[in-house]
Each structure stands twice: as C-alpha cells, then as structure tokens.
Design a protein around this ligand. Structure first.
Ligand SMILES: Nc1ncnc2c1ncn2[C@@H]1O[C@H](COP(=O)(O)OP(=O)(O)OP(=O)(O)O)[C@@H](O)[C@H]1O
Ligand SMILES: [Mg+2]
Length: 253
C-alpha cells in the first residue's frame, strides 16, 4: 500500500527568525530521497519540525501523512503513525538502558505489550544483523556512546519500529566508513514498497551505499533543485554557489 508524506509551503521560524520559507517536498513509499544543502539552509530545522519540537514554530503550510495533518499530532502520535526521526545529535537519557528504551518505544508505537522474551529475541536478531555486540543493549542510552555507536543504536531502533517513513539527519562528517555502512544497511534493509526515507546529508559518500531515487537541494529554507543521483555528483564537483546565485537573482536580492 502506498503511503505519502507531503510537505506543502512550509514556513517555520525560531525566535521570530524565519528559517523555512515555503518548503515543498513529497515523499512516497518505495522512494529514498536525499536532502542536501549548505550549512544553515534549514535541513535540521525541517527534521525537528517534523518531529514536533516545540521551539520550531510553524507559521504557514502543512505536513500531511496519507492526508492527515501531522502538525496537529503530538510527537508520540507521529511515531505511532509511522514517522521515524533520527537525529544529528541524539541526546543522553540518564538511567535508561538501550534495551529498556527500545522496548518502551516499540510497545508505544505498536500499542501492544511484547513479552520480554519476544522482545529480546527480536532485538537480538536485529543486533546481529547490524553486527552489534550483545553488551550494547545493557548500556545506558547514549551515555558515552561514540558517534558510530549512536548511529548503530538509531538504526537498531528504526529496524525494530519499521516506520513508514524514516527521516535521517546525518552528520556523515563524523562517521567512519563502518558507521556509514551500518546506516546504509539499516535503510537498505527496510527499502521496500512500504517504506520511504529522507536522508539528509552533506556528502556523496553515504549516497554510494544508499542509492537515492531523488536528490533535493535546500537553499535558504526552500528546495531549489530536484533531480536524480547525477545532481549530487554535480554538487560534489561544483559546490552550491551556482545554485545560490540563481536563487538570489530569482528572489530579487
Ligand atoms: N534552536 C535554534 N535557535 C536559534 N537559531 C537556530 C536554532 N536552530 C536553528 N537555528 C538557525 O536556523 C538556521 C538553519 O539551521 P539548521 O540547523 O536547520 O541548518 P542545517 O541546514 O541543518 O545546517 P547544517 O548543514 O550545518 O547541519 C541557522 O541559521 C541556525 O542558526
Ligand atoms: Mg543540520
């Protein structure tokens, strides 16, 4: 069954400063989209807004998941409806182990209580797939995790939750090749008719492992170019200035 996440004319501000200025993007299940763009263009703002972070004020536009208004849903409701958001800087949660966190998240999203035994079996299967050490599950969430370990943990969460759409904000600059491969393995494992992803990234490196169907370029709060994989290669070669100049001319600055 096809799912659609539609972002229409989205305007978002932080402390009265406009950041997203009319963003349009439609993500369908079965598709992997890459979102690229210079520092400060608003990529992380988009992921926080999709998550429902209270600091990000939507002043105009809408976000629809299969026609339903996402912006009216509380963050946990968004997760239950099948949105998964992984963050550039996942935070530490004191006193909660990875296993407990994942079990709570899974039960909350499924709306059923999985037995401890069934949960551990499922978790172990996914951990094996991601080549994670068993001891990892007993650690406290994100406490002292390396960048790569945080990524593994996020991917473990995504594989368990099996969302309709994954929004992944990558600091791939901080990820070694193994961590990149883990992220890619997670996304590729879910790749199907029932799953779509928006992968936010700066470099082509990760796009070598996750083949995007569509590549978007965000400049100053809007998507200014959309193309295929060749667009990301063109960006690698030419940078963003050529697009920025067009945008400035078009927006009359
Ligand atoms: N919590 C905040 N408070 C104040 N300004 C913010 C906040 N979050 C984002 N901004 C501003 O919004 C703009 C867009 O930031 P955002 O983090 O969305 O960019 P980005 O495209 O993710 O950049 P990068 O590629 O560096 O990750 C920046 O000017 C940033 O300073
Ligand atoms: Mg960012």
């Amino acid at each position: 069954m096809g799912n659609v996440l539609e972002i229409r004319d989205l305007h978002v501000q932080i402390d009265d400063k406009p950041i997203l200025k009319g963003l349009n993007l439609t993500l369908k299940s079965g598709e992997i989209h890459a979102l690229m763009g210079p520092n400060g263009s608003g990529k992380t703002t988009l992921s926080f807004t999709l998550m429902g972070h209270p600091r990000y004020e939507v002043t105009k536009g809408e976000v629809l998941l299969n026609g339903e208004n996402v912006l009216e849903m509380a963050p946990d409701e968004r997760a239950r409806r099948g949105l998964f958001l992984a963050f550039q800087y996942p935070s530490e949660v004191a006193g909660v182990t990875v296993a407990n966190f994942l079990r709570t998240a899974l039960n909350s999203v499924r709306g059923t209580e999985l037995s401890a035994w069934d949960f551990f079996e499922l978790m172990q299967q996914k951990m094996n797939f991601l080549e994670m050490d068993e001891s990892f599950a007993k650690r406290y969430l994100n406490e002292g995790f390396s960048g790569g370990e945080k990524k593994r943990n996020e991917m473990l969460q995504m594989l368990l939750l099996q969302p309709k759409f994954g929004i992944l904000d990558e600091t791939d600059s901080g990820l070694d090749i193994d961590a990149l491969k883990v992220v890619s393995k997670g996304v590729n494992a879910l790749r199907s008719e029932d799953f779509g992803a928006l992968v936010i990234t700066h470099y082509n490196r990760i796009l070598r492992y996750i083949e995007p169907d569509v590549v978007h370029v965000m400049i100053d709060g809007r998507i200014e170019r959309t193309g295929g994989k060749e667009l990301s290669l063109e960006l690698e070669e030419k940078g963003y200035d050529w697009i920025k100049e067009d945008v400035e001319a078009a927006r009359g600055r």
